[in-house]
Design a protein around this ligand. Structure first.
Ligand code: HEC
Length: 719
């Protein structure tokens, strides 16, 4: 960028009221880290593509990461990184690939299924992967990525495993958690954070696996430190669990959405999920630190610097779903290093980075505690930021129902049978409305922040879900047959996703008819390993798995045999008094959200003042648009990026569009159809003087089109 252009930029910024002298220098012009930078800003200094020319944007290349293989793909949630002209990403089947970032031409592919000599490999599930990490020392350049429980290190130039790392190039994260490694189930979905020669990881975990955060030596794979997200005796926070043995058997409280890093201070930041048994807390009474917390941890030692719990005793699945973003906000003319945390509940929490002191007031407000569920004890208060206002509705009333459809009387009637008293309404057997829903508000895509203006851009869902609690019957115990045991184990372990009638719901598939697809052996294997967003069930005994298999595959002879395994009562966490019937969206008969629009939004919030700059509906239904209905917004997963060119790039929506939006007013400037919905966050980079924006288009989250494509957009070459 030449000096003249710089001056012009400063002049323009002065005109709109920003102080010109504190312009950060161009430090965000590459995309070497998940989310664009250690701060996780999803911001790019590049401005070749801008508000005046973005309409000319066109695909520069398309890379088919599974070679156009037409067998089942999943969504690709991966945010690519670009190192010195090479783009690294992950295919729907978890292969790591390197392509020329200017042309999309393949350089190499690493297929974990072929390459692994690690004997733990057979226990690995093929899982979701949101991106990879990079480390270098001189000529030693490595990609660090996870598949199931294995962390691999692959030579970034050759695509071959780095044999000196761990055992033959991999380490097994099942080891070192302080639990029997044969019973744990762990599979990180978000990339590790890299600080000096340490990488930091937590993971998606099974219900019986603690989500502890760990630091490992990048070179050797040796575990250097562990931070217990479920504290052990003698550690601070241990007293917040009424069950003094929770540290031995409780699971989850994991930082599944990854990390941001203050490299200068050596602090790693994470957000954690709720403890095991998402919707019933009767067997984990207390606030349960460090669940649902923003955590600041010393990256070198694993020592906790500070924490803030965003939901006490969570029984609504209100995980923190993205790491906090490192920002520098202004307060009374002073610059303060801070972190900003968006949540599924639709809140934005802002804390001073070093101390965790709130930078907007947060009030502990009384909430409903009148739970009808035996053994449950809800927290009498919850934290509410006073500003900014929540970016998603937090209460569904009879006035907020969908009236665009002809069955609105039916919707109203169904609604009136539910309990709906706003955020933190106690769960019930008859049905409690969860709004913001299990997928937000904000989700794993997280927000983007422009460091020059401190405006935060966050996309959100506005979908109401219905939570029905069910009592796990123990009066049928002990079981006589495999069938009896299988049915009961199904409701304990599988119903929450696949539903009481096995029909699935939302993001979870129906498993009716799977007996035609699976042999008993293959089915057992699936139960052990899990697949993508289905966790593994390693902690179940072979008798338990066998009983479930006989029930689901309808194996009559096996079903009638005597059940010889443990009764659910003898298992640990696995038998809470209560479960829930599944992740059910509150929908109209035609499948639209039963809440009134908007159903998806993009929000611009000024972190200096806490005020909204704008909010727009994000995404649309073509058939409603045809009828002249104003843009409704749609469900969306995957985040935005913001650039110095005045643009926000975002895909995310179920309508499969990729959009460029004017960051100053929310106006959509460019829109194009992707091969399949881009359920991912774009990356922005430059090679040979040309700016690119790349998005992974896996689709399939909503059962529609699927693809293996990564599409890179750029401006056409000047003739
Ligand atoms: C946390 C949610 C969750 C739980 C709990 C869960 N599943 Fe799944 N299951 C999924 C998802 C998601 C998929 C789709 C995986 C994919 O993308 O390939 C799936 C896939 C399956 C499939 C394959 C369907 C097919 O058409 O190939 C079977 C069979 C299955 N699950 C059975 C079970 C059983 C039995 C249990 C209990 C032991 C269980 N699941 C527990 C989420 C879950």
């Amino acid at each position: 960028m030449n000096v003249l252009k710089n001056c012009l930029l400063l002049y323009v910024l002065m005109l709109v009221g920003f102080s010109a002298c504190d312009q950060p220098k161009k430090q965000y012009s590459d995309w070497r880290v998940y989310g664009g930078s250690h701060e996780n800003l999803k911001y790019s200094d590049l401005d070749q593509i801008d508000t005046t020319n973005v309409t000319a944007l066109q695909p520069a290349w398309i890379y088919h990461s599974e070679n156009n293989d037409k067998t089942r793909f999943g969504p690709i949630e991966s945010n690519s990184i670009i190192i010195d002209g090479t783009l690294y990403g992950v295919s729907p089947k978890m292969k790591l690939f390197a392509v020329d970032a200017a042309t999309g031409k393949e350089k190499w592919v690493f297929n974990p299924a072929d390459s692994v000599t690690n004997k733990t490999w057979h226990r690995s599930s093929v899982n979701m992967n949101r991106g990879v990490s990079y480390w270098e020392e001189g000529e030693d350049k490595r990609i660090i990525y996870t598949v199931g429980p294995i962390v691999f290190e692959v030579n970034a130039v050759t695509g071959k495993l780095v044999p000196s790392f761990g055992k033959d190039g991999g380490i097994d994260l099942s080891i070192g958690l302080g639990r029997d490694e044969k019973t744990v189930s762990i599979a990180p979905t978000s990339p590790v954070a890299v600080y000096k020669n340490i990488f930091i990881v937590s993971g998606l975990v099974g219900d019986e696996t603690p989500g502890h955060i760990r630091g490992f030596d990048v070179k050797t794979g040796e575990q250097k430190w562990i931070f217990h997200t479920i504290p052990w005796p003698g550690e601070p926070g241990y007293e917040t669990w009424e069950d003094t043995a929770a540290y031995k058997h409780m699971g989850s409280t994991n930082a599944w959405s990854g990390f941001s890093l203050d490299e200068k201070r050596g602090i790693v930041f994470a957000g954690t999920g709720n403890p095991t048994n998402d919707m019933y807390g009767g067997e984990r009474l207390g606030d349960g630190l460090y669940a649902n917390c923003v955590l600041a941890i010393d990256a070198m030692t694993g020592k906790l610097r500070w924490h803030f719990q965003t939901v006490h005793h969570d029984v609504w699945d209100m995980d923190i779903s993205s790491p906090p973003v490192c920002v520098t906000v202004e307060r009374e003319g002073k610059k303060i290093d801070a972190v900003a945390q968006t949540t599924k509940t639709g809140f934005v929490f802002v804390f001073e980075r070093e101390t965790g002191k709130p930078l907007f007031p947060i009030e502990e407000r009384p909430v409903l505690t009148n739970t009808p569920i035996r053994g449950e004890k809800l927290s009498p208060t919850q934290p509410f930021p006073v500003i900014p206002e929540p970016f998603a509705r937090q209460k569904l009333t009879v006035n907020d129902l969908n009236t665009l459809v002809d069955d609105s009387a039916e919707i109203r009637q169904r609604f009136l049978s539910f309990r709906s008293e706003g955020i933190f309404t106690p769960p019930t057997k008859e049905g409690t409305i969860i709004l913001p829903g299990y997928d937000g508000g904000g989700e794993w895509g997280g927000p983007a922040v422009d460091p020059h203006t401190n405006i935060l851009y966050v996309n959100a869902n506005e979908m109401a879900w219905v939570l029905n609690i069910v009592e796990n019957k123990s009066d049928e115990l002990p079981f006589n047959t495999n069938l009896e045991a299988g049915k009961s184990l199904y409701s304990l372990h599988c119903m929450s996703c696949h539903g009481p009638e096995r029909l699935g719901a939302g993001n979870y598939p129906s498993i009716i008819g799977v007996e035609k697809k699976y042999t008993a052996a293959k089915f057992n294997e699936l139960l052990s390993t899990g697949r993508r967003m289905m966790p593994g069930f390693n902690h179940l005994t072979s008798q338990e798995k066998n009983a479930i298999t006989s029930f689901i595959l309808d194996l009559k002879t096996e079903q009638s045999k005597k059940y010889t395994g443990k009764t659910p009562e003898q298992t640990t966490n696995a038998n809470p008094g209560f479960g829930f019937t599944g992740y059910n969206k509150f929908l109209t008969k035609q499948g639209y959200p039963a809440i009134s629009p908007p159903w998806g939004t993009l929000n611009a919030i000024d972190l200096n003042t806490g005020k909204y700059v704008w909010q727009i509906p994000l995404g649309e239904y073509e058939e409603l648009k045809q009828k002249g209905i104003p843009t409704t917004g749609r469900e969306n997963y995957g985040g935005p990026v913001v650039t110095a060119g005045g643009l926000i790039f975002i895909a995310a929506t179920a309508d499969g569009k990729f959009r460029a939006i004017n960051k100053s007013n929310g106006k959509i400037l460019f829109e194009t159809e992707l091969p399949a919905p881009g359920v991912a966050t774009p990356s922005v980079y430059m090679v040979n003087g040309k700016q690119y924006v790349v998005i992974a288009c896996g689709g399939s989250k909503w059962g529609g089109t699927q693809s293996d494509a990564y599409v890179a957009f750029a401006l056409p070459d000047k003739k």
